[in-house]
Design a protein around this ligand. Structure first.
Ligand code: PMP
Length: 306
């Protein structure tokens, strides 16, 4: 993470200087309960000297869905937010990989009102270098915490409060010497990692928990399923996944905007395959790397040039 802050934060319709973008101290906690957000990456193409925001429309659609499901008012349209993000990234002069985080929240008190709260919107950006193709790998363990479920705190909504569940699992995993946690859902099936979805390769098939498994409906997951199915001709299966299937897999990896593609080389100290990044993961990572940066020109609708 960079040690300098960007110049501007976008607040309720306009860019505000970083130091002036504040909320009152009494809002700590309560504003967080209502807040929903998005995490979006922009990738720098050094040859073209261009920055591309990846899957911006899909992220804004999911943001609108989170706002709607939390019964907040939509204060800005898709087009206004898209424009705001592009203007903000330009104002902050990112000529590097960057991360963009729109947040919607209300100041209506701890539990919100019944009438649809007036939502406030903040967007911030920061430099964040991609780690695609860096060779980094993770050792993972199953968490003693259960993934939140649709009738408790819907994981489909990208709500900040949901990340208490993620924090508990991630902190436990790191305390026990692992890089990442994996969570089972209330039915005892594999859900996802604290901040990423999960895929496994078994006997040539790419398998991932279905969207009713207690997961965030990940845009990276959807992108990789399409790439794998349509471009790489892989057999792709979305279904319930058992814990022991991960032990029996040849390859396991996490996927998400932040996690990008993170190979998992052991689960509960059992090596996955031969404990190296597997050939299917490598292939998918390579294609994903090229498409997010616009090195591969396919699917131009996935990239918004800044
Ligand atoms: N699950 C959780 C809990 C996450 O926080 C994320 C990151 N947004 C993902 C999955 C991956 O989602 P996406 O690919 O849309 O970033």
């Amino acid at each position: 993470m960079p040690d300098t802050n960007p110049q501007f934060v976008w607040v309720d319709g306009k860019p505000v200087a970083w130091n002036d973008a504040t909320i009152h101290i009494t809002q700590v906690g309560t504003a967080g309960v209502s807040s929903v957000f998005e995490g979006i990456r922009a990738y720098w193409n050094a040859d073209q000297k261009k920055l591309f925001v990846f899957r911006l429309d899909a992220h804004l659609d999911r943001f609108a869905q989170s706002i709607r499901l939390m019964r907040m008012q939509q204060t800005f349209s898709h087009a206004q937010l898209k424009n705001a993000i592009l203007e903000l990234v330009r104002a902050n002069q990112h000529a590097e990989d960057a991360y963009i985080r729109p947040i919607a929240f209300t100041e209506a008190g701890m539990f919100g009102s019944a009438g649809g709260d007036q939502g406030r919107i903040v967007i911030n950006t920061q430099a964040w270098q991609s780690r695609l193709k860096s060779g980094k790998v993770n050792h993972a363990c199953f968490s003693s915490w259960t993934r939140i479920s649709d009738n408790v705190m819907p994981p489909r909504v990208k709500a900040s409060s949901n990340y208490l569940n993620s924090r508990l699992a991630g902190e436990e995993a790191r305390r026990n010497g692992y890089d990442s946690a994996l969570l089972l859902n209330a039915n005892g099936k594999v859900a996802e990692a604290p901040g990423a979805c999960l895929m496994l390769v078994r006997d040539g098939k790419l398998i991932t928990p279905s969207v009713t498994s207690g997961i965030l409906e990940s845009i990276t997951r959807e992108t990789l399923l399409e790439i794998s199915r349509e471009w790489l001709g892989l057999s792709v299966v979305e279904r319930d996944v058992d814990r022991t299937e991960l032990y029996a897999s040849q390859e396991v990896f996490l996927c998400g905007t932040g996690a990008e593609i993170t190979p998992i080389v052991s689960v509960d100290r059992l090596p996955v395959g031969n404990s190296e990044i597997g050939p299917v993961t490598k292939k998918i990572e390579s294609v994903y790397h090229d498409v997010v940066r616009g090195i591969d020109a396919q699917c131009p609708e996935w990239r918004t040039e800044v």
